[in-house]
Design a binder for this molecule. Structure first.
Ligand SMILES: NC(=O)c1ccc[n+]([C@@H]2O[C@H](COP(=O)([O-])OP(=O)(O)OC[C@H]3O[C@@H](n4cnc5c(N)ncnc54)[C@H](O)[C@@H]3O)[C@@H](O)[C@H]2O)c1
Ligand SMILES: [Zn+2]
Length: 387
């Protein structure tokens, strides 16, 4: 067969003069991975694939395919699987990876392949960015959050105890390889959590995508491969456009991606029962109410968003969560500036604005969220949850 047949056309992203790389998106495209990897990194003879134990088990055949195709091209693949979960995105997990890298005597030609969800991408990306002052990195994202969002944009990080993504940097991969067929094995809850980020893109910048999700909720939940690939592709295109315009979040352009995340991060750092996407879902509903309160958004648009999130099966309130403890992590949020907090607030479905809210106004605004029954008042002692 002619090797130029069936080539997957990548989307190229250009971050600066030195940073330009391809993003391959498709369904069942693992067989083509080896050749495209070698073409991109011809000098690589050793790669270390970092994954977690779940992905290693569920996708053993994909890993073998990658290993064999790389071996045929002269690349030796080592696979290391670490325990799953957000808690590995920590000093502990980072130390584990550095030890593997040292043990396998990785050198400057070695490549780290991060295969997994956002936890693996952020953690292995951060490890790659610092080991030997930077090893080449390839992302193979396997969750909807990772495919639609976290593998793109170059942010790598670990958490400290209750502070999410507080230690990190910007580090772009050599390529991103997004095979939407990984999503077929995601459990329903993880799929729904990923859809929160997809809805985020629709609300902040694409009303047509919002309509598409509304029309296709059942197909999405049923994991229709074409629909999933389309969602991933749309989100990638949006994220690339935003990141290219503001790679290091120096202007308001990239900040819009934090829609739903100020309150979402506070919620997930305090209450571990929330998945990232679930917390973001509540955060988007809360932000839409703040937008109503500050007269930026029509209540009908906020209701439309809440209705879609609840059809997907995502939480639209966090009754039982007390309002006061939420304030603390928000005051420490990375996006704070002096005495104001930055909120990304929608102005309609498909458009947003950034609003700086003085810290002293925050308690009142949060009180409004209590009135709207998104959070519980702090006197409600029955609702305490230590997470
Ligand atoms: N870097 C960024 O720009 C960015 C953006 C958004 C989120 N994030 C980070 O991403 C993380 C959340 O990502 P996530 O939701 O992917 O979490 P995750 O990496 O923990 O994955 C979620 C779960 O899915 C499992 N899994 C992964 N792939 C699977 C597959 N194909 N089939 C079955 N199970 C699979 C994992 O083992 C895990 O249990 C958070 O740490 C968040 O801070 C980073
Ligand atoms: Zn997110």
């Amino acid at each position: 067969m002619d090797s130029t047949e069936n080539r997957i056309e990548p989307i190229w992203t250009t971050i600066d003069e030195k940073t330009r790389y391809p993003i391959y998106i498709g369904t069942d495209i693992i067989p083509e991975f080896g050749a495209l990897f070698k073409e991109r990194m011809p000098r690589c003879s050793r790669a270390l694939l970092v994954t977690n134990q779940t992905v290693e088990e569920v996708h053993a055949s994909k890993i073998s395919q990658i290993s064999e195709s790389l071996a045929n091209l002269g690349v030796d693949l080592i696979v290391e699987a670490i325990p799953e979960g957000e808690r590995t995105k920590s000093y502990w997990g980072l130390g584990m990876l550095y030890d593997f890298f040292a043990e396998h005597q990785l050198d400057r030609q070695s490549v780290i392949i991060a295969m997994g969800g956002g936890v693996i991408g952020d953690l292995a990306g951060f490890a790659a960015s610092t080991f030997l002052r930077g090893l080449s990195l390839v992302h193979i994202p396997t969750t909807l959050i990772a495919q639609a969002d976290s593998s793109l944009g170059g942010k790598v990080a670990i958490n400290l105890a209750r502070l999410k993504n507080i230690v990190g940097g910007f580090y772009h991969p050599e390529m991103i390889y997004t095979d939407a067929s990984f999503l077929q094995t995601l459990n329903a809850r993880e799929l729904r959590a990923g859809l929160a980020e997809v809805v985020k893109y629709a609300v902040i910048m694409d009303e047509e995508l919002f309509d598409y999700i509304e029309t296709n909720v059942e197909n999405i939940i049923a994991k229709d491969p074409d629909v999933l690939e389309k969602l991933v592709r749309s989100c990638c295109e949006h994220k690339i456009a935003v990141v290219e315009a503001d790679p290091e979040e120096r202007t308001d352009r990239r900040a819009i991606l934090n829609y739903g995340h100020t309150i979402g991060h506070a919620l997930e750092s305090l209450y571990h029962r929330y998945l990232h996407g679930e917390a973001v879902s509540v955060g988007m509903v809360a932000a839409s109410y703040l937008a109503i309160k500050t007269e930026l958004l029509a209540p009908t648009d906020a209701e439309r968003q809440s209705k879609l999130l609840s059809r997907i099966g995502l939480p639209t309130d966090a009754l039982g969560v007390l309002i006061d403890p939420l304030l603390q992590p928000m005051l420490h949020d990375k996006k704070r500036r002096g005495n104001t907090l930055r909120f990304v607030l929608p102005t309609k479905i498909g458009a947003t604005t950034i609003k700086d809210i003085p810290k002293k106004e925050l308690p009142d605004l949060l009180q409004y969220l209590v009135e709207k029954r998104i959070f519980s008042p702090s006197e409600d002692a029955t609702a305490i949850d230590e997470g």
